[in-house]
Ligand binder design. Structure first.
Ligand code: HEM
Ligand code: NAG
Ligand code: NAG
Ligand code: NAG
Ligand code: NAG
Ligand code: NAG
Length: 515
């Protein structure tokens, strides 16, 4: 019997398809699974349309505003892409990120689908393997090791200052790309011992490949495929990286993998103390003293250690690049914009720098004495936390503040939405370093501020990032005043498609302080 004009088998297929979608729609709805409020997912697509329309930042902000501090999210056919639940309640954050850190050790990334050698990096590995690697790497970021890197950072800073001087003399404006040249130079020398001067050598293979590794856009066929068929890309990557159009990200990973291995061969023969970069430190990391670590780091450094393999060193070298230079680049862009648009705050900062340093070169020890600089930088990272959000996955069934969380649940922590909550930070859009005076800081719940994440899986490069950013800000303000110009977009608008990036380049000018 035909149903209207359709043959009956088509009707059967259609009915089965519709019933399957309805079934999946209900079984994938995490609101029912967790008994929590949350936005209504679309069949199959979850919240993807909302996410595309509003961008990740506004999506998180809207969800926490509308549904409160413990929310269910459903990503439909994208599994737990957005996380299964999103939490902003400080007690829950404390449980997940610190107290039950041994349950919530892993990120919501799957090393099985990450391209070699990034799959062997501290960012990607899971469970016991991560604990060993993190414990092994922790002493390489100690204050003692960073003091040895101070001179390398200053050298990179001086290159930038020379360039800014030319800009100032010519009265030219510049965009936020210049901070990327600096942070790129810093990572090249501190991680690999390679001096590139990326400003004057834009075609240096390190620069080209780092740009490619950092250029994750859905317009790139590899990135697109990695998103929808990650296992396939991983299997085919040895072939794909030779195919035009696929060379971008894959080729750059291969470049850094091979370069690291070549550099390591040289290092193994080098004399003790000849190199002070992370590549060298990683070779002997498992034997390092942990005496100059902070208390939290000492706890981590007590875990079992093991010597890193060449692949692991290569993977970490790349991850330091990917996690390190773009983040600091963007943060410096935002911070200099805020200083240029708030001249009174900039003047107060210049005054502090002049008073404390008296014209001397900044060092690890002297920049840590600049309290107002720390307030300014922290407030800038409150407004523009380039990490945006982090996540943790439960490796066993557990209960957090009475909520049952089964093994495999991905918990999202929306850093930006927490930082922009008017109940935590009144008038959250306003740039106000006074929020970070010692008194104000003491009044606030510590889980309300986490630009570098929190707990044992936080940002391992935090001290390096703060050091390089403080050094360059101090050097810039010792010599120049940052100014807006006709091309500066005020107020700054964030991009919807590219989360936590300005929609337009941030264009500024500098004026020399002493002419
Ligand atoms: C302004 C600069 C930076 C910001 C805002 C930033 C932010 C973050 C955030 C939010 C996380 C996730 C933390 C969590 O899950 O709790 C992270 C992880 C990480 N960051 Fe950074 N980061 C910065 C600079 C750097 C630098 C310079 C390095 C490199 C040397 C670095 C290396 C890493 C690594 C390796 C991880 C993964 C740690 C692990 O999984 O054990 N970051 N970062
Ligand atoms: C906020 O979320 C609601 C419910 O999911 C949605 O209908 C609305 O379009 C969102 N609005 C904005 C501005 O993000
Ligand atoms: C630094 O950030 C700006 C703005 O997001 C971007 O245009 C530039 O390419 C970045 N620099 C590098 C070296 O990636
Ligand atoms: C970044 O990727 C886009 C899309 O694949 C491409 O058009 C652009 O040239 C790339 N930029 C760099 C610096 O590799
Ligand atoms: C920058 O400022 C420092 C400290 O005031 C000074 O010693 C140095 O000569 C200045 N550099 C330039 C290029 O003006
Ligand atoms: C500034 O932020 C860093 C990193 O999150 C933190 O360790 C420090 O205590 C903060 N300082 C103030 C004054 O809030």
């Amino acid at each position: 019997m035909d149903f209207f004009f359709l043959p009956s088998w088509v009707v059967v297929v259609l009915v089965v398809a519709v019933l399957t979608i309805i079934y999946l729609h209900y079984s994938w709805d995490n609101r029912r699974k967790f008994g929590l409020p949350g936005p209504t997912p679309l069949p199959l697509l979850g919240h993807m349309v909302d996410l595309m329309k509003n961008g990740l930042c506004d999506f998180d902000l809207n969800v926490t505003k509308t549904y409160g501090n413990t929310v269910a999210l459903s990503s439909g056919m994208f599994f737990n892409f957005l996380g299964d639940i999103m939490i902003t309640d400080p007690e829950m954050l404390k449980e997940v990120m610190v107290k039950q850190a041994s349950v919530f050790t892993d990120r919501n990334t799957d090393p099985d689908i990450e391209i070699s050698p990034v799959d062997k990096s501290v960012f990607a590995v899971r469970g016991e393997q991560w604990k060993q690697m993190r414990s092994t790497l922790t002493p390489t970021f100690s204050s003692g090791k960073l003091r040895h890197m101070e001179a390398m950072i200053l050298k990179c800073a001086n290159t930038l200052i020379e360039n800014l001087k030319k800009k100032a003399k010519a009265g030219e404006s510049f965009d936020n790309k210049i901070w990327g040249w600096f942070t790129m130079d810093v990572i090249c020398t501190t991680a690999f011992g390679v001096e590139v001067d990326s400003l004057n050598n834009p075609n240096h293979p390190f620069v080209k490949n780092a740009e490619k590794a950092n250029n994750i856009s859905l317009a790139d066929p590899v990135v697109f495929l990695m998103f929808f068929a990650p296992r396939l890309v991983k299997k085919l990557s040895p072939i794909l990286r030779h195919v035009p159009g696929f060379r971008g990200v894959l080729g750059s990973f291969q470049f850094f993998g091979e370069t690291t291995k070549a550099l390591l061969d040289v290092r193994k023969q080098a004399q003790e103390g000849h190199y002070n970069d992370f590549l060298q430190l990683m070779l002997t990391a498992h034997t390092m003293s942990t005496s100059d670590l902070g208390d939290d780091e000492k706890e981590v450094a007590k875990w079992k250690k093991k010597a890193l393999t060449t692949d692991e060193i290569a993977g970490n070298g790349i991850i330091f690049f990917i996690a390190g230079f773009g983040t600091a680049n963007d943060t410096l862009g935002f911070t200099t914009y805020l200083l240029a648009t708030h001249p009174e705050i900039q003047q107060r900062l210049i005054q502090e720098i002049d008073d404390v340093l008296q014209g001397a070169e900044p060092t690890y020890d002297t920049v840590s004495k600049l309290g107002y600089l720390e307030q300014v930088l922290n407030e800038s990272m409150r407004l523009y936390p380039v990490g945006i959000r982090v996540d943790r996955v439960a490796n066993q069934d557990t209960t957090v503040n009475g909520l049952f969380i089964p093994k495999g649940t991905a918990v999202a922590i929306p850093i930006y939405a927490i930082h922009m909550d008017p109940e935590k930070y009144p008038d959250p859009e306003k740039f106000d370093p006074e929020r970070f005076t010692p008194e104000e800081k003491a009044k606030r719940n510590p889980y309300w501020y986490m630009p570098f994440g929190v707990g044992p899986r936080n940002c391992i490069g935090m001290r390096l990032a703060l050091l390089e950013m403080k050094i360059i800000i101090v050097k810039v303000l010792q010599n120049f005043t940052l100014k807006t110009c006709a091309e500066t977009q005020v107020p700054l608008v964030l991009s919807k498609s590219n989360p936590m990036k300005p929609e337009k380049p941030i264009i500024l000018k500098v004026e020399e302080r002493f002419v």
